[in-house]
Design a protein around this ligand. Structure first.
Ligand code: AMP
Length: 128
């Protein structure tokens, strides 16, 4: 299901349940600002999701409404997770999907960390 990034926050979204430890995840990092875990349907040899500890639907919501310490701490966590995954030398791609056109599926702000192989052009051709 594709979602709007502008909806009110849904406490029952899957990442909210992961944050509350109601469902499991393959966790690789956690601090006071962020939780990182492996994507359940990896699209690269390394495919990790990093989510903030807070009720934010999308990047738009997070960027507009998160407290400064959370924005700072979350971004630090994303960089640290990528470094800990050994991706700094070869490089990696960050993706965050926001709303309909991006194909956002989960209405809790998250950043995808993708790496472990050459990732090719940034977007597939329009007719792919
Ligand atoms: P997006 O389209 O940016 O909202 O991405 C949502 C991502 O969450 C997809 O890559 C899914 O494979 C991933 N995903 C959905 N449910 C889970 C889950 N329970 N554990 C880990 N990853 C998940």
């Amino acid at each position: 299901m594709v979602v709007s990034g502008l909806l009110p926050y849904d406490d029952n979204n899957i990442f909210a349940k992961i944050l509350r430890a109601e469902i499991p995840c393959n966790k690789i990092y956690e601090d006071e600002y962020a939780l990182a875990f492996h994507d359940i349907r990896p699209q690269a040899p390394v495919h990790v999701l990093v989510i903030p500890k807070g009720k934010f639907v999308s990047f738009a919501d997070f960027g507009a409404n998160a407290a400064a310490d959370l924005v700072f701490g979350f971004n630090r966590a994303v960089a640290l997770v990528a470094k800990n995954l050994g991706l700094e030398e070869t490089g990696y791609r960050l993706i965050t999907n926001m709303g309909w056109d991006s194909h956002q599926e989960v209405p809790h702000y998250h950043v995808h960390i993708l790496g472990g192989r050459k990732l090719g052009v940034m977007l597939a051709p329009i007719d792919a």
